[in-house]
Design a protein around this ligand. Structure first.
Ligand SMILES: *Cc1c(COP(=O)(O)O)cnc(C)c1O
Length: 393
């Protein structure tokens, strides 16, 4: 069995580098207090930034959506699976992000991964197009760029001058700059105003993946574009709905013509079964919360927790990259040490994942703490104390 020996050799190599990943089984809803592998844990690892994943109103809306629309959609959007719930959600999303876009329309996708494949393959469909991709972009953007026929040029993290030089030197017919807004393993923000100014000067699209900003950033929760007060016809916005919105899916919002091109040409949109309408129905309630007073007070509480963690952590050896978002990395370095610290937290009932290459660059294995408005001040204090103590050991 040479075939099997080859596979097993690859697994053994991962194990030897402390790169084997293991899934834990969550036995209760996504919330700070969870039962995981049969044990009560305090979790700092979800992207449920506003605590909507188990919010009673959202859960009830999902139940109601199932009563109204059934369990499944039955087909892809262009065949017969496009339900009233999807249409209502797209209209709500377009209206929500409209202040930051010109002639906005929105298109709902089953996942952010697929939305990113769609946006880059549709805009970058031609061989004479060029995608300028930020070095720390999410894997789904990297894969979208690989799948597109366009050329790909990677610019260093946060380096606007390097990007400017690349744009200057390029004779591509269509230029597409693509970046995460909030970097998913570091929590820092892309220099969006500078990037947009460059894109406008060079007639380039700016595709912004706001997976970690939608619902969280901006006083209304519209995300990174609101936070940076940007508005431009060059912007193509990707928001995901399985993180702060607490449910599942994603959307692309842009000028109506860009969205129409996606409907006509984007294969990750066309060749897949539409997600259950009940999910879209539940997301209408998520949006009610995000846009309303409750959303504003959840964001205020989350901001207070981020400031509290910053105050209470007193680390000297491990690195803390600057982050004002709910993603709070602690860079430890070696894979095995990151795993050891995560295990030390786990022994105290604290669940913080160790993130290792290839998700992050070599020798930057880290703990990735994510805070949620569902956490209490006491829970954050408990985490900070445990980390301070583990670092000193
Ligand atoms: C989570 C994430 C995605 C993928 O979204 P899903 O809806 O989970 O598929 C895309 N981009 C970034 C930056 C993300 O963090």
């Amino acid at each position: 069995m040479d075939l099997l020996a080859n596979v097993q050799g690859k697994l053994a190599a991962l194990e030897a580098q402390s790169l084997t990943r293991r899934r834990r089984i969550a036995q209760s809803p996504c919330a700070p207090q969870q039962t995981v592998d049969g044990r009560a844990m305090l979790a700092f690892c979800s992207n449920d930034y506003l605590g909507l994943a188990a919010h009673p109103r959202v859960v009830e809306a999902l139940r109601e959506g199932a009563s109204l629309y059934g369990a499944g959609s039955g087909a892809s959007h262009l065949i017969s699976g496009h339900s009233r719930a999807h249409a209502l959600l797209e209209d709500r999303l377009a209206a929500f992000v409209a202040p930051n876009l010109v002639d906005a329309r929105a298109l709902y996708f089953s996942t952010g991964y697929m939305a990113n494949l769609a946006v880059l393959t549709a805009l970058g469909a031609d061989a004479d197009a060029m995608i300028f991709s930020e070095a720390l972009n999410h894997a789904s953007l990297i894969d979208g760029a690989r799948l597109a026929r366009a050329g790909v040029s990677v610019y260093p993290h946060g380096d606007v001058a390097a990007l400017a030089a690349q744009l200057e030197a390029s004779s591509a017919a269509t230029k597409i700059v693509v970046t995460d807004s909030v970097f998913s393993m570091d929590g820092d923000l892309a220099p969006l105003p500078e990037l947009l100014a460059l894109c406008e000067r060079h007639g380039a699209w700016l595709v912004v993946d706001d997976a970690h900003g939608f619902g969280v950033l901006g006083s209304k929760g519209r995300g990174a574009l609101e936070h940076c007060a940007l508005r431009s016809p060059n912007l193509v916005y990707v928001g995901t709905l399985g993180k702060a919105a607490g449910v599942s899916g994603a959307f692309i919002a842009a000028h109506a013509s860009v969205i129409e091109l996606m409907v006509q040409r984007a294969r990750p949109y066309i060749y897949t079964t539409a997600s259950p309408p009940a999910i879209a129905h539940a997301l209408l309630t998520s949006l009610d919360i995000i846009e309303g007073e409750e959303g504003a007070s959840l964001r205020a509480h989350l901001a207070a927790l981020i400031a509290q963690l910053d105050d209470e952590l007193a680390l000297t050896r491990w690195q803390r990259p600057v982050s004002h978002t709910p993603i709070q990395p602690i860079v430890i370095g070696a894979n095995d040490e990151a795993l050891r610290v995560a295990a030390g937290l786990h022994a105290q009932g604290l669940w913080v994942p160790a993130i290792r290459p290839p998700t992050v660059p070599a020798n930057t294995a880290r703990l990735r703490i994510t805070l949620s408005a569902a956490h209490t001040r006491e829970q954050v204090a408990q985490l900070a104390a445990a980390l301070n103590q583990l670092e000193a050991m």
